[in-house]
Design a protein around this ligand. Structure first.
Ligand code: NAP
Length: 252
């Protein structure tokens, strides 16, 4: 079977945290594949407007959707807006994420809550809202951005690792719960990807990590976006409940 040039034509996607980094690359890639894209962000309006403009330049439609994914009322309002504009969401990419690193004895309760609220509760709130329209349409794709840290753990990232491991459990539970309605749910476990999130690493820390990456380089946001596009597309119809690495071989 040959792939259509725009395999996601006619589909609507919501990418959370699409103003920068991996989320922006996913928004552009899904747009190039034909999907209309909701560009969610929390604070950085200028960056989000630039991402939405890039989606339009890729030949698709964009909706700018400011919302804190950890806030149930804001998530509800965001989904109401997509429902009004496009009649629902076919593809949800739970990408928004933050880190507040620190050793456990110095990690505040606030640092724990902030990371769990955005990374895990945010994905729950968005999946719950998206499932409504996906169940109605009997078609859907939910893609959760976990991390290799959620599989292997990392010193100084107890909150982040717990949130990303939690996303894998959420993925597997929802995959079982929603499968009968033709909704697949998968997670990605990226390794180290060059974005703002890793830009704070020292040169020494980068060099140390690089020695563990089989392909001997940090990943790009486009490396991750390519896997998201595949999972959202027609050729991934029989894949569900998986946590798939895109990590240059760091986990092997
Ligand atoms: P990034 O460059 O720091 O961008 C984070 C994005 O999330 C921004 O668009 C930000 O919006 C948004 N965001 C943060 N909190 C939010 C909230 N509460 N509600 C809505 N949007 C929110 O991060 P990234 O490196 O692209 O990471 C994207 C995802 O991949 C994250 O889940 C991260 O944990 C995961 N990941 C990253 C790596 C890596 O090496 N970079 C590896 C594995 C997994 P504003 O611009 O408005 O702040």
């Amino acid at each position: 079977m040959t792939q259509p040039a725009k395999p996601l034509q006619g589909k609507t996607a919501l990418v959370t945290g699409a103003s920068r980094g991996i989320g922006r690359a996913i928004a552009l890639r899904l747009a190039r594949d034909g999907a209309k894209v909701g560009v969610n962000y929390r604070a950085n309006r200028e960056a989000a407007e630039s991402a939405a403009q890039a989606v339009r330049e890729a030949g698709s439609e964009a909706l700018l959707l400011p919302a804190d994914v950890a806030d149930a009322a804001q998530v509800q309002a965001m989904f109401q807006e997509i429902e009004r504009a496009w009649g629902g969401v076919d593809i949800l990419v739970n990408n928004a994420g933050v880190n507040r690193d620190g050793l456990i004895i110095r990690m505040s309760e606030e640092d724990w809550d902030a990371v769990l609220d955005t990374n895990l509760k945010g994905a729950f709130l968005c999946a719950k809202a998206a499932a409504r329209s996906m169940l109605r349409k009997r078609w859907g794709r939910i893609i959760n951005m976990s991390s290799v840290i959620g599989v292997a753990g990392n010193a100084g990232q107890a909150n982040y690792a717990a949130s990303k491991a939690g996303l894998i459990g959420l993925t597997r539970a929802l995959a079982k719960e929603l499968a009968s309605r033709n909704i697949t749910v998968n997670a990605l476990t990226p390794g180290f990807i060059d974005t703002d999130m890793v830009s704070v690493m020292s040169e020494e820390a980068r060099a140390a990590v690089k020695t563990r990456i089989a392909l001997d380089r940090f990943g790009t946001a486009d490396d991750v976006a390519a896997l998201v596009a595949f999972l959202a597309g027609p050729e991934a119809a029989y894949i569900t409940g998986q946590a798939i690495g895109v990590d240059g071989g760091i986990a092997i």
